[in-house]
Design a protein around this ligand. Sequence first.
Ligand SMILES: Cc1cc2nc3c(=O)[nH]c(=O)nc-3n(C[C@H](O)[C@H](O)[C@H](O)COP(=O)(O)OP(=O)(O)OC[C@H]3O[C@@H](n4cnc5c(N)ncnc54)[C@H](O)[C@@H]3O)c2cc1C
Length: 495
Amino acid sequence: MYDIVVIGGGLLGASVARDAAGRGLSVCLFEQEDFGAGATSRGSRLVTGGLNALQTLDFTRVREDIREREILRRVAPHLVHSQSCLIPFYSQGVLAQARLRAGLALTDALGFDPSLPMHPLLPVHQLLSPSEARTRAPRLRAEGLAGAALVWEAVVPRIERLALELALDARRQGASLRTHTRVETLCWESAGRGRERAVGVRWTDRLTGESGRTDAHLVVASVGAWQFELEAPPGNQPRLSKSVSIIGPPLPGREDILVFPREEEGRLLVVMPWPQGSWIGSIETDFTGNLDTAHATGEEVAALVRLVRDFLPTVAWDDPAGAQAAVRLPLPPHAASFGVAPPTYDIRDHAANGGAQDGLVTVSGGRVTNVRAIAEEAVDLACRKLGRALSTPPCRTASQPLPTLAVPAVGAQVPDDPALRVAVEWAVAEEECRTVRDFLQRRTPLAWTADGGRSAIPVILETMAGLLGWDGDRRVREVKAYEADLALRQAFRVL
Ligand SMILES: Cc1cc2nc3c(=O)[nH]c(=O)nc-3n(C[C@H](O)[C@H](O)[C@H](O)COP(=O)(O)OP(=O)(O)OC[C@H]3O[C@@H](n4cnc5c(N)ncnc54)[C@H](O)[C@@H]3O)c2cc1C
């Protein structure tokens, strides 16, 4: 019997598991695929603090985001780096310009707030002339360019590793981890007077077919877009939102992230350096269908290309190397405002306000920047529900460093065979790597090499088969599953 079962090993669930384990609670974390395989690994990887001030001038929100960005830079410096962002502005209305300048000034002012220790201090913003902007980003549309702001933020280029390492640190602190293990249903018992209490979960290991039940005093579900599958009757899919991003050609110039505020939608268009290319995201559409095979369509890719071409007209956007789709519960658009911004996340105690289901907390939404704080709030609630608020130590994740692991280095090139074998052995022994997809997509950046990592597959297969006892059938299934992933990235060409 565990204190807490956490369902979902995205950034949010892994953060909850780590926080809870660090406070001495017994935790079991279930992930139906691999850590970070959901929406976590399909977004922009930006840790936005001050940039949020371009969308809302909610002082408290921006201050919180900057605080969380700095915590991430401090506790995980091997994964979270400072990053220059160039925000070009084209002939805009007076109001938009005033908002931009106020947002930048607010961000700089907060940088000097002594209660927000910077790690280390990021440079204040600079305003650039049109020609200075085009020196940094030569492909920017010159027509109508009124200048640019250069601001500093943070980025997590290997965000799937952040989710993985949070989960591994939960394990180091006593948590049990189960990947490729889908929670099929929650187990309930009567709590009297028409009420019921979650007492555990039933699960199936999708690789071995093994199934079982795990009991817990409390279930915390952080399953992102899959939330309705646990809660609603089959076939009852709520409105979901799909974000589409593409991998385009590399841009000449400095390695800045280009950020284009999109006034109409209240969202940002982001163009960021990517291994052998650039990541461009994103546009949002409604989603219905199978979450496991969500992909970008040709129409969506064309719409995104039109959008980015407007700002970078001379780049060859016609043949993106790939496209990705992430599905999530729709967030309220960050309509540009001067007021208090709507919340970006939801922590729901199903027993609160007369609810009939006890023992279940769902956590959803949020951004990379604030997942740690959301997890802290969720675990505070969990401690209260377990009657352990006074006996558990306080949250330590704001100061406790994420250990740097001695991971064998694999860059964006396929290494020679012996080095690759060492990396596979490490991933299997130390990092819960159970499939070829896990290794290529989330233990190393090899999935983003020019051949999608295919040339590494024979050595990976042979090494994993030796370590995990795979037979011929399993080897075939592994290759098929990886090819199916690569095909989803290319599906926009035919759909
Ligand atoms: C396109 C896009 C762009 C984004 N850009 C930014 C950004 O620029 N800055 C920012 O700060 N944030 C951004 N975000 C938000 C950020 O990525 C997420 O908030 C963050 O990664 C947390 O994700 P999550 O853990 O809630 O969800 P997910 O990563 O989707 O995790 C949910 C997990 O639950 C698992 N699961 C589901 N059902 C079950 C089950 N029954 N049993 C076991 N496991 C299950 C899934 O496999 C999945 O891994 C973006 C998100 C998207 C989609």
